[in-house]
Design a protein. Sequence first.
Lengths: 614, 190
Amino acid sequence: MRAWLAGTVALFGGLLTALPLAAAEIYAAGSSADPAVRAATFLGEDRRHYSAAAELLRLPAARGGDTPPSALAKTLADNYLGFGVRDRAERLYRQIAGSGLEPEVLARAGLRVASFDYQRGYYSEARATLMRLRGSLPESLIPEWQDLLARVLMSQGRYSEAVEVLTELKNSRDQSDYSRYNLGIALINDGRTGQGRTALDRIGRGPVVDAETLALRDKANLILGWNFLQNRQGASARPVFGRVRSEGPFSNRALLGLGWAELSPDGSRQARLEIGDEVSEDIAPFSTFSTLGVLLRPGFLDRDIYNRAGLRSFRLQRTDPDEEAALKRALVAWVELISRDPQDPAVQEAWLAIPFSLDRLGAHTQAQQYYEQAVEKLEAARERTEQALLAIAGGRMVETIVRRDPDAESGWTWSLRDLPDAPETYYLQTLIAEHRFAEALKNYRDARLLARQLQGWQQRLGELDAAYRSRDAQPADPARLIDHALQRGRPAPVKGAALSLRAESRLGLPGRHARRPAETAPMPLTLQLAGTPRRFDGPFERIQALRARSAGLLPAVEASATEHRALLERLASEELRAQKKQIEKYLVEARFALARLYDRQLQGPDPDEFEIKK
Amino acid sequence: MSLLFGRTAACALFFLALVPAATALAVDAPRPDAAQIELDQALQALKDEAISLHAEGLDVEEAVLYPPESRVTLYFGVAVSALLVESVTFRIDDGAPQTVPLDERQAKALLRDQSLMRLARVNVSPGAHRVSAEFRGRFADAKADSPPVSARYEAIFDKALAPAELELRVTRRSRRAEPQLDLREWRPAR
């Protein structure tokens, strides 16, 4: 740092020799060499799409009626799309379609438009754009195109077509794991369950490259496990749930499923099926991290789990040995689960599943105690949900989320990096990850940014107006002008100055003449006053026009921001109300079970009741 | 009670209660409703209008505050691959030196498609003026303890009545040469 400062002092102390600048380089306005276009490219790469688009729009080439140069149009379209002005961007892309730009550049632009449409819920438009691209796609972009089109089709419920898109080109090796996961989901939803399960199983057993593939692998295993469970194939579901990490976004639901899988019928053995051009191969499951299978393996944690749950003291009687073993294995998973986040629906269900199992085992007293705890936990969860609903109604939730980087101009390319530390945002993690919420959130941020920009312009235009008016009020000082002129030795062209005039006798018509040209009568010259221009578009007039425009635009932008915030609050409230309804359903279950147990106690000792060891 | 009954009861509970997990196969969350799509389209139109207004505002501002006969725009560019510039310091005539720090995203943005960062827009009188500058940065693959890369430059430029557009550029003569700064002036073709 010291060296840098010393260098700076040396530099600006004038120690270096000043070099004269070489001759200027020439650029075509609006071309890729134009400094204004290059500066806008920088702004775009810095995700300042709003400023980039405005800077480009200032160029005369972008304003005229003709198609702007392709470099300019492409950069302008990229930034319009980046800021979420989709229609304007698409028009520009279409204009430059035949301009000689590389096909890959144009295809990428088309994919971005389709991606925007997909995320914003314009599925028909996205599909149309992708189908239009089909014939002109470079090979390198085909997997990306397949992935996006399949997702669009699945969003429209066209699972069969999605499967076709992902399999007809027989390029499974080029496709990402995400595409293969989507293929599995599409196959299952299309009724081709066996093939879908095989696809998900491959993802669930595949190699892990990074955190994202690890999460995808967990998700595939979770979905596959629950699919087996829903079809009463517990034996197939168990090892699949066991492959999910013990700590991760899907671990709670996997633990819950693992418990139910122990109680589910085993079902039949599942065969692996061929899918498209995929080569059937055995993949050894990746297991360098802690999975549920490791965490809950028999004989390893059973004793500890029972101790933690206070289940050590009961002895089972008159229970089928197979059922008893299954219930105990299920309890291992669920007891682990109830130590986790009580706001998670999977954890809440585990609070009911444990006493249900204990009751089945004959441990009615412990079952009653667990039901009572479950009621307590669920009441607390309901209370927290109600508090979160109040926070949303008070407008705090949305403000908390968008507080960071309020002036970022990234528009559509903005993403929420992490959740603020507020309970209501934590409960809404699933919703916040959905496109309908995320895109509305981006729009809300953009509307607020526009409102601030317009307020800023109102102030800037006011200052410009004042500067312009004050400049007009102080015309140039004649005395100073005369002094300046006299210093240069020129006669001052003003009244009172000494002017020397003389007749010029050597004047003639320009050019060479063989003889004296004939004198002609002077042309009659008629002068008249010109009419005043209909419209003068000087700085003053433009400032006034812009002030009027911004004054008209600002209320509309503020109204849009308000509407977007209301939309976000509605979505969040609906999500929380659904969570609250689920909690209340669990509460009814718990209270009903408790009433049944109390009733049983009133009826006298149960002949099936087991003995409690003190 | 039989084991079969117990399992049936258990399954009944989880089918009753576990709706969220069971619907995971539906893949996609609910799509935006008509009201949301209408809001999005209305905001797109407002954004379009706001960008247009912003552009015209910049035009007027430039016309009033930076007239062509005195306007000088100074840009900064990097033509050395993988060089991440951390800061640029510049000075015009006897004005105070100004330092512009760059974050990593901006440094990377300067490496894309000959992009330029606008450092300053100033008014100067017609005639000769001095511009001096220095940058500091490091290569993307440099070790953490390696010294920063830097260079200085100073030049005289002649301001005519037309607006001046100057580009301070980091270049190097060969792959092994040290990065250096130079200055070039741009003019639009007539």
